[in-house]
Design a protein around this ligand. Structure first.
Ligand SMILES: [Zn+2]
Length: 70
């Protein structure tokens, strides 16, 4: 996980930035390595970050005020 993130970027609260893990399935392959699958965080889709809150607020405000006062 990089230390130099954009301060506006939010770390995913579901995985705390650790968005992908290797899960052992048991047993080993012919080379002697563990059989694993990679699982990604569902909320952040494996990125470890979420869009800045400002982006979400701007989008919500656009929806609310798009109908506007008429
Ligand atoms: Zn996540």
């Amino acid at each position: 996980m990089p230390d130099h993130q954009n301060p506006a970027t939010r770390i995913c609260p579901d995985c705390d930035g650790f968005a992908s893990v290797a899960v052992t399935l048991g047993g080993r392959n012919r080379q002697g390595h563990l059989n694993t699958i990679t699982a990604h965080c569902k909320r952040c889709q494996g990125t470890g970050t979420l869009p800045p809150l400002r982006t979400l607020l701007d989008a919500a405000a656009t929806v609310v005020f798009a109908g506007g006062a008429q």
